[in-house]
Design a protein around this ligand. Structure first.
Ligand code: 4AD
Ligand code: MG
Length: 445
């Protein structure tokens, strides 16, 4: 066996004999020439079997290989700018093939398949180049999130997934039986994050969160990953200043590392190149006025129905898209009505009907990617708000403690990983942004 290499490193082996271990992605039969597209997880390379140069049994093996057969190929690397693959530009002249397993007929053929079929076969669909590109970008997004926060003085402090009380609201809870007691899967790590903030100043939690969202949309999953920074002595303005740096760093890291993946996804990156601070900031009041204007200006009856809005209601997808279309980069919308936001948000001084919240809306119709706020730090007000949402205050006794012992103004937000992946990759639906999507009608595979 020659040196075993990863396909991603092939450029360093021009002219040398190498061994690649992987799977057959596709085969083109040209009679005396067999073109085998081989993938190994790091990339794809074209391997050429030439009848004249190979023992008969090796050439026959090449001819008989089925899609996704696992194999070990040895041959000589040669530069050829026409060679397809990833990174491409090199091919391997086959000297030997070792078959590991001849695959049965692979369900996913190189042709169009329906989305439900592909989702049923998600465990196999992950092998396609498009999914390869998306999930590699996802990994970089996650990595950049961690590195950026670690490098800027935020401490990772984990929060529990099994919780005794609602973190966000009572309508989307997944309830579980905890030895006879009722418990819930975490909708957010925020409340624990606030305790951790009191101990460490600037913290974040990062993990899966769960919401029984009984709606089928392009933006909602039942299980999604959220990073939640929480900072002591932070105002709404501090929050926006930090978020725009953070989100820009994520986008720029993907642009820097993943041009090939973005090309596979046919992502037009012109919008993404723009993603640098400062991001525009508008109040909810102004956003409503802007939507009303867009409503008045459109002749499209369907669009009109979607854009109808009165002050006081939360934005739907169409409203968010309409607002985002007015800007060339993500836009902050702050001071939402208190009534449509979570119980812990700090009301605006002298105007308690709105709160010190801020959502960040992504461009190109991808909607809200972050949601955050200043938190109520007055114990009496927090008591009152907890009573208003009608949940058991006893479950929140520990949370109320945080306001008794050195309460400070503080703020934080959550960024949804999957929505961020959908936006950066330019995907029409959130289901491809996570390896195994959990949706209203899908729990398999
Ligand atoms: O706006 P949300 O609900 O905020 C919170 O949970 C706060 N406790 C966060 C905090 O302040 N620490 O959710 C935050 C983000 C949204 O902006 C969105 O990106 C994502 O989480 N998100 C979802 N992503 C996919 N599927 C769902 N069902 C989601 N719900 C929220
Ligand atoms: Mg939100």
């Amino acid at each position: 066996m020659a040196t075993v290499i990863q396909i991603s490193d092939i450029a360093a082996y021009d002219g040398q004999d190498v061994t690649v271990r992987g799977w057959l992605y596709n085969r083109t039969d040209k009679g005396r020439l067999q073109f085998l597209l081989v993938r190994d997880g790091t990339g794809v390379v074209q391997c050429v079997a030439f009848k004249k140069e190979l023992p008969e049994n090796v050439f026959e093996l090449a001819q008989s290989l089925t899609q996704e057969s696992s194999l070990i190929i040895t041959g000589t690397v040669r530069a050829d700018e026409r060679a397809p693959g990833q990174p491409g530009g090199f091919e391997i002249g086959i000297k030997d093939i070792q078959l590991v397993q001849l695959a049965g007929e692979f369900p996913i053929q190189p042709k169009e398949h329906g989305i439900e079929f592909l989702m049923d076969n998600r465990h196999l669909w992950l092998r396609s180049s498009r999914q390869w590109a998306i999930l590699r970008i996802r990994a970089t997004i996650i990595n950049t999130i961690r590195n950026w926060l670690d490098d800027h003085g935020y401490l990772l402090v984990d929060t529990p997934i099994i919780s005794p009380a609602a973190g966000e609201n009572t309508t989307t809870l997944f309830e579980i039986d905890y030895f006879g007691e009722s418990a819930f899967l975490a909708q957010t790590g925020q409340l624990y994050n606030e305790a951790n903030m009191g101990a460490f100043g600037k913290v974040y939690c990062f993990g899966p969160t769960f919401r029984a969202e009984k709606s089928k949309t392009r933006r909602h999953l039942m299980e999604f990953w959220m990073v939640e920074p929480e900072m002591a002595y932070f105002s709404l303005e501090d929050l926006m200043a930090m978020e725009e740096q953070f989100v820009s760093a994520i986008v720029q890291a993907v642009l820097q590392k993943h041009r090939p993946e973005l090309a596979i996804l046919e992502r037009d990156t012109t919008h993404l190149e723009n993603i640098k601070p400062p991001f525009p900031r508008i109040s909810y009041d102004e956003a409503v006025e802007r939507v009303k204007k867009a409503y008045a200006e459109t002749d499209d009856a369907e669009k009109k129905a979607d854009l109808a809005i009165e002050w006081g209601t939360d934005f739907g997808a169409a409203h968010e898209t309409s607002i985002a279309e007015m800007f060339d980069r993500p836009v902050f919308v702050y001071h939402y009505p208190t009534a449509v936001k979570a119980f812990y948000m700090q009301p605006v001084d002298g105007r308690p009907e709105v709160c010190r919240s801020v959502d960040l809306l992504a461009p190109e119709g991808y909607g809200e990617i972050t949601g955050g706020s200043e938190r109520i730090f007055d114990p009496a007000l927090l008591d009152k708000r907890i009573a208003e949402i009608g949940i058991n205050p006893a479950s929140y006794a520990w949370y109320l403690d945080l306001r008794k012992y050195g309460s400070v103004p503080h703020a934080g937000f959550g960024l949804g990983v999957e929505r961020t992946v959908a936006w950066i990759c330019g995907l029409p639906h959130i289901r491809e942004t996570i390896p195994y999507a959990r949706m209203l009608n899908r729990l398999y595979p």
